[in-house]
Design a protein around this ligand. Structure first.
Ligand code: DLL
Length: 443
């Protein structure tokens, strides 16, 4: 059965019904679930109980949703410190799946799911795909990595539960991705936006125009990307590029997703309660104001996360979305509090560099930021690939491009940075999360 939400121009899928709950009912549901999950964590997770006891709090003290702000935060090091299973609220015999995220140093962080958790996960992925106007009849090529990373299996079971046909190809082997995309008539692809850029580039080399294929949508996430990158992707391939957000600690992909408006990501807040806090004072800030996203899982059984500090910087849109969904939206996540670089005393985020570079014609969307030590100061050099057309042009054209790029960056971050134009195809391509910053600073 397919109904249409004519007014908003967005297809309404019955599977997305929870996205449209009346706000009052949604808040009641959230409070009900919050009380139950806090009780569960209190009863089964020693670290959480200890923190509650220290603050003199009891689960029974939660009278309304704003009381959430009195609960203790959970941070990534809590997962490391209790490695591997210390935050589980279910006995291992009820845990049917483990995932882990590699992290930069040492042991990974481990996350767990009961059968019910997996079905919630599949349901939020179904709602994510439906928000991208995908459904039964679609052929979804899942190029997120399968394995301990949550992207592969998360998207896989969601796409199956949606009733779509899944191609479980995982990341990499780009030529084969393109061959199957063409031969199987793939209508949607799931991967990181940076990997899709590689697919676009390789298709062009193979003489295949993606505009000619049935591919109509991309469900891109797992790394920050910008509006400029979306424009490049949509114009270069003829698809609609949707943003999907999630993190292992909360569930994996499917915490939030864009709808057809492509203006912010709806958080599936009947399962994941969002707050924005000031990263310095940790005080909640009102909707519309930027800060750090804090998420509480409202239904996760195996590993409830209470007020998890994501480090992702965003805001909750104060206005409702024209699509009709009542679940709130966050602005796309373009930076994390821990990926801030300090160059000549100025705070710089990699996404600002991406935005500046892609505003200028003649660059390929492949870049890297190389950090080095210059005396006692940190120094930054931006490497950006030029398109083959520009590269084969006169030296004067290259110098002109270099100057416009430097000016574009300076306009956004207010400092002059060193910029190096590099030959086409020299910056390493990613199959998963792109590595944008190369840190060569002396430690
Ligand atoms: O990246 C889960 C995922 C898989 C999301 C596939 C979307 C698609 P982690 O490896 O735990 O989980 O990394 C989570 O990645 O805190 C953000 O900093 C970043 N991230 C995820 N999605 C987005 C996005 C998966 N759409 C961390 N935009 C998060 C910006 C994102 N950053």
């Amino acid at each position: 059965m397919t109904e249409f939400w004519h007014d908003a121009g967005c297809a309404f899928h019955p599977v997305s019904a929870p996205d449209y709950l009346p706000v009052k009912q949604l808040r009641q549901l959230q409070l009900h679930r919050l009380r139950a999950i806090v009780q569960r964590a209190f009863d089964h997770v020693p670290l959480f109980r200890q923190r509650m006891d220290e603050s003199g709090l009891t689960p029974g003290g939660l009278e309304n949703l704003t009381d959430i702000a009195r609960l203790p935060f959970t941070v990534k090091t809590d997962l490391r410190d209790t490695y591997p299973f210390g935050l589980f609220a279910s006995p291992l015999s009820d845990v049917v799946r483990l995932h882990a995220s590699s992290g930069t140093t040492g042991k990974p962080i481990v996350v767990a799911y009961t059968k019910e958790d997996l079905s919630v996960w599949a349901s939020v992925m179904v709602r994510s795909f439906a928000a991208c106007d995908l459904g039964q009849g679609d052929i979804i090529q899942n190029a997120y990595g399968y394995g301990l990373f949550t992207g592969g299996l998360g998207a896989h079971y969601g796409a199956e539960a949606l009733g779509a046909t899944v191609i479980p190809i995982s990341g990499g082997n780009t030529d084969r991705q393109i061959m199957l995309m063409k031969d199987f008539g793939t209508t949607a692809i799931c991967c990181t936006p940076s990997y899709f850029l590689r697919i676009m580039e390789r298709s062009a080399e193979m003489g295949i125009d993606l505009h000619d294929l049935p591919l109509k949508a991309g469900v891109f996430g797992a790394e920050p990307w910008t509006e400029e990158m979306r424009k490049r992707i949509e114009q270069g391939s003829g698809i609609r590029a949707y943003d999907i957000y999630g993190l292992s600690e909360i569930i994996g992909p499917g915490v939030g997703n864009e709808c057809c408006e492509q203006n912010g990501l709806h958080i599936f807040e009947d399962h994941f309660y969002p707050e924005i806090v000031d990263p310095e004072t940790l005080e909640p800030v009102p909707d519309g104001q930027e800060g750090e996203l804090v998420l509480t899982t409202l239904s996760k059984q195996a590993m409830p996360m209470i007020r998890y500090r994501t480090r992702d910087i965003t805001l909750i849109h104060a206005e409702s979305c024209p699509c009709g969904r009542t679940i709130r939206r966050i602005r796309r996540i373009s930076r994390r509090s821990d990926d801030m670089l300090i160059v000549h005393g100025v705070n710089v985020f990699p996404s600002q560099i991406e935005e500046a570079l892609l505003m200028v014609e003649g660059t390929a969307p492949h870049y890297q930021i190389v950090l080095t030590t210059d005396g006692v100061m940190d120094s930054m050099e931006v490497h950006v690939e030029v398109t083959p057309e520009v590269f084969s042009d006169r030296v004067g054209a290259l110098e002109g491009l270099r100057r416009s790029l430097a000016a574009s960056i300076e306009k956004i971050i207010n400092i002059h940075v060193k910029l190096k134009l590099v030959e086409p195809n020299t910056i390493q391509r990613s199959e998963g999360k792109a590595k944008r910053v190369i840190d060569q600073r002396q430690k």
